[in-house]
Design a protein around this ligand. Structure first.
Ligand SMILES: Cc1cc2nc3c(=O)[nH]c(=O)nc-3n(C[C@H](O)[C@H](O)[C@H](O)COP(=O)(O)O)c2cc1C
Length: 314
């Protein structure tokens, strides 16, 4: 692969990734569990589990549930807290090779801002602002549904996020994803990632109770791919119409190179792989190799050429 990394390389808001394949937040931990299974250095980037200022134990009860062509999760942002991440996980992650993207969450704006201050001074390459987690009662998705609320948070975080590009992770549950996206860009977003999970639920018909203590959970996996793809396609149109160009990172149900190619054709500059890694830890490596083969087969020198969308310059 060494002589091919240049052609696969993409630049996302000033951060050079060796390829456009990034491990999605919450599905790759901090890299430790997968390090003996795959060559992590081959990945383009890793998004950390959602980090909050103080440690969180996450939700009680059942946390993951398989569904036809997907899964639901209700983890509730279990994480060791940002200080512990910086001391115990980031030094380990830095040695792995891929770009490190810190996924930042919080219960209230002040918590996000304080977290961003710490991450801004750290060696992470980028911050992904999670305004789309459906599994917490306070914060998370509550910030990502309304354009005004999202913009106020993004502006507050951007003020302290002086040294790192700020990517905003959008919710497919927003009444208008386009309106939230545009307001985030106006407030200073350097890139957009979409989508987080779809709010969903299940009922155990034997106990006659909802499966999750939190009632609802987040749906991910192949079941959401066609919807996520459509959202990326439409967001590309919106950004072109408004002449507001920021990189788009496509997420949702990507399991193979063909899925990734669809997102790259739809206008995504890079992609994230989440649930697929649980079923097949080698999925991301297979996707990188598949994109590489596609470039060779189609005589394309760079990943950018995969897009079938027309960019209006200016
Ligand atoms: C178990 C699990 C935990 C997740 N935790 C987070 C998280 O902490 N922060 C976040 O922004 N997204 C989180 N997500 C959402 C994923 O990063 C991704 O956006 C979503 O699963 C859709 O991609 P997929 O269909 O490839 O899994 C989580 C998803 C799963 C399945």
């Amino acid at each position: 692969m060494n002589n091919t990394v240049n052609s696969l390389s993409v630049n996302i808001a000033g951060v050079q990734l060796r390829n456009p394949v990034i491990a999605a937040s919450g599905t790759f931990g901090y890299g430790r569990e997968y390090n003996s299974i795959i060559d992590i250095s081959l990945l383009g980037g890793i998004c950390t589990k959602g980090l909050t200022l103080t440690p969180r134990t996450g939700n009680t009860g059942i946390r993951v549930w398989e569904t036809p062509s997907g899964m639901m999760n209700s983890i509730g942002l279990e994480n060791p807290g940002i200080q512990s991440f910086l001391e115990n996980d980031l030094p380990y992650m830095r040695k792995l090779g891929p770009a490190i993207i810190a996924n930042l969450s919080g219960a209230e704006a002040d918590e996000y801002v304080k977290g961003a201050v710490l991450l801004n001074e750290s060696s992470v390459d980028m911050i992904e602002l999670n305004i789309s987690c459906p599994n917490v009662k306070l914060g998370g998705m509550a910030f990502g549904l309304d354009p005004g609320t999202a913009a106020a948070l993004v502006a507050a975080v951007k003020r302290v996020c002086t040294r790192k590009p700020l990517m905003i992770k959008l919710s497919p549950n927003a009444p208008s994803l386009a309106a939230v996206a545009l307001s985030c860009i106006r407030a200073g977003a350097d890139a957009l990632s979409l989508v987080n999970t779809f709010k969903a639920m299940g009922i155990d018909t034997v106990s006659r109770k909802p499966i999750f203590d939190n009632i609802s959970a987040g749906l991910s996996g192949p079941a959401i791919k066609p919807i996520a793809l459509r959202m990326v396609w439409e967001l590309f149109d919106t950004l072109e119409e408004m002449k507001m160009h920021v990189p788009i990172i496509g997420i949702g149900g990507i399991t193979c190179a063909n899925d990734a190619l669809e997102f790259l054709m739809a206008g995504a500059d890079a992609i994230q792989v989440g649930s697929a890694t649980f079923a097949n830890p080698h999925a991301m490596i297979e996707i990188i190799n598949g994109i590489h083969d596609y470039l060779i087969d189609n005589k394309m020198p760079t990943v950018t050429e995969i897009s079938i969308r027309t960019k209006i310059e200016g």
